[in-house]
Design a binder for this molecule. Sequence first.
Ligand code: 2AM
Ligand code: CA
Ligand code: CA
Ligand code: CA
Length: 281
Amino acid sequence: IPSFAVGSKSFTAVAINIASKAGEWIQSKLGDFNKLQTKYSSHDLVTEVDKGAETMIRNLIQTHFPHHVVLGEEGVAPGPDASKRALEQLSAAEYLWIVDPLDGTTNFVHGFPFFSISLALAHKGEVIVGVVYNPVHNELYVAEKGKGAYLKGKRMQVSSETKLIDSLVATGFPADRAGALPVNMRGVQALAPKVRNLRVAGSAALHMAYVAAGRLSGFWEIGLNSWDMAAGALLISESGGKVTDTEGKPYSLHVRDVLATNGHIHDEIRQELSEASAIGI
Ligand code: 2AM
Ligand code: CA
Ligand code: CA
Ligand code: CA
């Protein structure tokens, strides 16, 4: 796998190393942690493991790259605009790491083995490296801008379905029960009868990695943050897929409502969501 590097230090190699270390530690804590806290509500959870993993990742990044800046989910005050506020403050950073130390916390808390670590490195606002790691399956997805995306040393490619009826599509049920959830439910109502089936597995980053790997035809979710999607979006674009917001505008770090597909079914899903008034809040 070719690499972006500073001197001899490959950003990608460091990202892979950090994701593996954090993943091992998170997995060792599965079923063995306490101090469950709720951020906002019983739908929005955070554990000592989320925080411990973020601290570990932050320290490792800073050891390797002292001049890089780190944006992590657990390092910012929670709220609907958490990512937006942080990105504004950090917009001057030349190299910015965007970190979700544990994506799928609800799954982790319940012992449902579908969660991941998501690390992305942006250079002047453009994501150039993305790594998503699922420690339970020992699957590490890695992409470099312009150089492809890989799983277990093999180049990934999105799936080839061109019709909704042949497509397996994932979504997420938002934690925001009042605003985003009803919007998402309209999309579910519109799409469920038209696709082969829907999946809601609880980790946006892994859903996106699955789109890149051709295991899902598409994915959409309302009200996400930069750290949920930054690595996954590069995995998908480097695997030949398409990532936009739910209105079809190109992906950027500021997108909250995401639509990510194999490309072929993109416009049809966007149209269904639009007709169902399910494109965002
Ligand atoms: P998390 O597990 O890192 O919190 C599941 O639908 C997706 O939504 C997961 O990627 C999850 O990330 C994210 N998520 C969970 N709570 C959220 C919240 N309050 N606001 C936005 N996204 C959230
Ligand atoms: Ca969270
Ligand atoms: Ca997340
Ligand atoms: Ca998280």
